[in-house]
Design a protein around this ligand. Sequence first.
Ligand SMILES: [Cu+2]
Length: 289
Amino acid sequence: MGFRAKPRAMSPSMLRSARLAAVLLPVGLLSSGCSLREAYEDTFSLGFPKPVTEEALSIYNLWLGSVAAAAVVGVFVTFLILYAMVRFRKKGDTLPRQVRYNLPIEVLYTAVPFVIIAVLFYYTTVSQNFVLDERDGGADVNIGVVGFQWNWTFRHDDAGVQVTGETRKPAQLVLPTNTRIRFTETSPDVIHSFFVPAFLFKQDVVPGRANTFEITITKEGEYIGRCAELCGEKHSAMNFSVKAVSPEAYADYITVLQADPANSIGTTAGDGSVRSAEQAKELIEGRPS
Ligand SMILES: [Cu+2]
């Protein structure tokens, strides 16, 4: 006998299980044990750098959740296509039953995408508000970011010191971990964009205005930074790095910068320029007083 002549709709119990799986799968994957979460991240982070700030973690989780939702929809649609291909193959010359409207299904495939978009929109808004939030009363550390053709100056505004990058000596922006940091970005010439991939965040540096954002770095380490807005001939030379160190090491680093302006990385005076907090500490300890 082989195939039945008439198509059969999914039974209510099958539909219920499918719906339950669609809801529970991503929730389960995201909330269950550590190793499962890691396996999930390896599969679905799709090349996202591991987040190193509180804000980046929020973006990262939004990304993982969105990919999970997309994967569920993708698997479901692929299943429907394959099912229809196999189940409704041509079996003879008689036309199948001709149907025009199925109101419940049409309502369903209008309503379900709307629900998906609403849920994604909700989580996107929550994450965006968190990422762009600026604390009342200001941050603990204030950094001025000046993007210019073609390099960066990073001002440590609370300490009155700064570092400037040169093409062959990219600036290193040393920052403390577990500290609320506010960036204020300005440009004297054209639009640049301050981009640290590990922050999962970039913001344009626009002449004539001061863009601000705040982050809290949670992981020590050295992260690359780039200008992410084509800003002219030597745009590609606008590289820098961020070095996240403990608040104590940051204080040491600032002390060295204050003691000798020549330590401003990359400035013409900076022969012995300080490239990291460790080097700053070495300089403090090795310097005759
Ligand atoms: Cu630039």
